[in-house]
Design a protein around this ligand. Structure first.
Ligand code: X5A
Ligand code: ZN
Length: 658
């Protein structure tokens, strides 16, 4: 079964761009330099020897256009790079380069810089379009150190930043709204960080040697407290190694405990990798120890996101063999080849756990998933004598073992009846309703199961709730909802109060802007009373609602909240949705029954309550005006409270300590 569907998966279309013209950029007098033309030649030869180009879509390099470069670089910088290779600059070129930080220039520099930036942009566009599944750009000069107005660190144009900005700003019709940039070059991507510092559409993640600010490019830019600013706050993540010798185990630990949980929450539409390979074992500049196996695992883990839409652009990497072998491992991984065998002998350094914890603490207000305690056993495992703990696939969650509380037995039986034939519930890769060999499409089935969805926040206002069903946007909302696939209105509406604490937490939302949003304490408490507006909708609609409530985009291949989850919520009172981990509303809670149907609501995991109590997450934050208005309208139009009473209800809930 497994093997058969594997065969039916068509081979991914992996784009590959390489062009000898990028070899013309070299030191003016033929001096040795680590960033030399042999780098990309060695990669290309290795790929040819391995028969890779035949399996890929090979593309020619293309020069970037100034107007697109201009979205991240100044005109002044563009003029310099455009003209510096011309005859008129022959006498000045060396002098200009010597004034820059770690830069050489020759007659080929301009063309190479344009080709590198243009090639990354070109393949990114094709991946965004879906014409390619993923792509690798074997380019030079590298880009990630290049700042808006300055070439530095062997970089002239910031290739990856130009591509990201092109996709977001020039091609909105491609639907790429959020880009994750993963910079695994051993050096900090200072240029890219600057370019997207205030931009929440780009999550920039860089893991690099920092050595307390002494490693190139040196200074404080690469430290973990640099999290971005304005609406971009939280969308810049630095993981600064304290020293060299970091290897696979250290990188895997960062992937598992920082990057992957955040990526899950951010849910990028596309990933760009600033693929430097100077953290590779044997690299003369990096002094780290990542193996080709390490890179392939890092790549594989990223392929779980953005529908696999990944573009890897070459940055550094100065040992020709390490470089070529590492790139080969990455391309093979994108092609879906069997993973290469690797050792899991090593353990992360103790310093690695320290760095990971510092990063998690710094960023956990933006990414709640990072607030969970790391398991003690993990932290103790860096003594290098304990048995292998290398790849732990996810963070542990104390709330996973919620106390069972058997109720509504009827429903359990009902659910079990329908579950039997659906135990092999599966859908085809592209998604929705087609029948694939033996599997059962979920939408037609879920469209026949009704539940009560209970709202306590803005969804109490019917018009706002209907955005999740019919699509659209009401006053005060900062974004459009896509709506459910089934746009039929709720079959019934009714109001109830429940013995749960209503509170307002966090400091902003993408829907309502600044100000806290509503949560319901997942556990009941007879001293509390919260208003709820119940809508009878189908399990299919509930799934579409869950997806929209926890962040836009991405269509659902399999249901987020399936029959197993439904059974579990009825039996255990709440269920944490693993796939939504990191989102604020990842916890589905059953607050009772109405008729024979369960009443389901969405709230934060119980573990977050502690964070609200301790102040780790902001709370008794007054809700934003727009948001509070929406609640008031809901309660008033629903004939539950007068306007004054509704306002008092909200004030009371936000003022009271937990
Ligand atoms: C792209 C890259 C390194 C610059 C080191 C300068 N640059 N000493 O790896
Ligand atoms: Zn580097």
């Amino acid at each position: 079964m497994e093997e058969e569907s594997e065969k039916n998966h068509h081979q991914p279309r992996v784009g590959l761009v390489y062009d000898e013209r990028m070899c013309t950029h070299s030191t003016p007098d033929g001096e040795d330099h680590p960033e030399n033309p042999l780098r990309i030649k060695a990669i290309w030869e290795k790929l040819q020897f391995a028969g890779i180009p035949q399996r890929c879509v090979v593309l020619c390099a293309k020069e970037a256009e100034d107007r697109y470069i201009a979205s991240v670089h100044t005109q002044n910088h563009i003029n310099l790079i455009r003209n510096v290779s011309s005859k008129d600059f022959d006498s000045r070129r060396k002098r200009i380069a010597s004034k820059l930080n770690s830069i050489y220039l020759n007659e080929g520099s301009s063309e190479s810089a344009y080709l590198a930036a243009g090639s990354v942009t070109e393949v990114s566009e094709r991946v965004a379009k879906g014409e390619l599944s993923s792509a690798v750009a074997i380019v030079r000069p590298p880009g990630h150190h290049a700042e808006p107005d300055e070439a530095m660190g062997f970089c002239l144009y910031n290739n990856v930043a130009i591509a990201a900005s092109y996709i977001l700003n020039e091609r909105p019709e491609l639907g790429i709204r959020k880009i994750l940039i993963v910079d695994w070059d051993v050096h900090h991507g200072n240029g890219t960080q600057k370019m997207f510092w205030k931009d929440p559409r780009v999550l920039f993640f860089s893991v690099h040697r920092f050595d307390f600010g002494t490693f190139y490019p040196a200074g404080d830019d690469g430290t973990y407290t640099m999290v971005g600013e304005g609406s971009g706050a939280g969308f810049n993540i630095n993981v600064p190694w304290e020293h060299g010798r970091c290897g696979d185990a250290d990188y895997f630990a960062v992937w598992d405990h920082v990057l992957i949980p955040v990526a899950r929450a951010f849910n990028p539409d596309m990933i760009l990798i600033s693929g430097g390979f100077d953290a590779a074992i044997g690299d003369p500049l990096g002094g780290c120890r990542v193996t080709p196996y390490g890179y392939s695992v890092m790549m594989k883990k990223l392929m779980e996101f953005a529908n696999g839409k990944i573009v890897m652009a070459l940055e550094g990497g100065y040992n020709l063999d390490s470089l070529a072998n590492s790139v080969l491992a990455c391309v093979k991984t994108l092609l879906g080849d069997m993973p290469i065998v690797g050792s899991s002998e090593a353990y992360p350094f103790e310093s690695t756990w320290r760095v990971i914890q510092a990063v998690r603490q710094e960023l956990n207000t933006f990414w709640p998933t990072l607030a969970d305690e790391l398991p003690k056993k993990l932290l103790l495992a860096s003594n290098k004598t304990s048995p292998t703990i290398l790849i732990s696939s996810s963070d542990s969650d104390a709330e996973d073992d919620a106390v069972p509380n058997i109720q509504s037995v009827n429903l359990v039986e009902t659910v079990q009846d329908v579950m039997q034939p659906l135990s092999m519930l599966k859908v085809d890769q592209d998604g929705q309703d087609q029948l694939v060999d033996g599997s059962v499409p979920w939408r037609p089935v879920f469209s026949k199961i009704d539940i009560w969805y209970a709202s306590y926040g803005s969804n109490m206002w019917r018009k706002r709730f209907l955005c999740y069903i019919e699509g659209g946007q009401v006053e005060g909302m900062q974004m459009q909802c896509s709506g459910s696939m089934d746009k039929s209105p709720p079959k019934e509406t009714l109001w109830k109060t429940v013995p749960h604490r209503l509170f307002f937490g966090h400091s902003h939302t993408s829907t309502w802007g600044a100000g806290g949003v509503a949560f319901l304490h997942p556990e009941s408490n007879i001293h509390e009373r919260a208003y709820m507006c119940l809508y009878k909708i189908t399990l299919e609609q509930f799934n579409d609602l869950l997806l929209q409530e926890n962040g836009p985009s991405r269509h659902m291949i399999s249901p987020l909240f399936d029959l197993i989850a439904l059974q579990s919520v009825v039996t255990n009172k709440s269920v944490l949705l693993e796939v939504l981990k990191g989102s604020w509303y990842s916890n589905v809670v059953c607050v009772g029954k109405e008729g024979d149907l369960p009443i389901l609501t969405l709230t934060c995991p119980i573990s977050h309550i502690e964070n609200f109590k301790s102040g780790k997450f902001p709370m008794h934050d007054t809700p934003s005006k727009e948001y509070a208005n929406t609640l008031v309208k809901g309660l008033v139009e629903g004939k539950q409270l007068s306007e004054a009473e509704a306002m008092a209800y909200i004030d009371d809930a936000s003022a009271r300590p937990m």
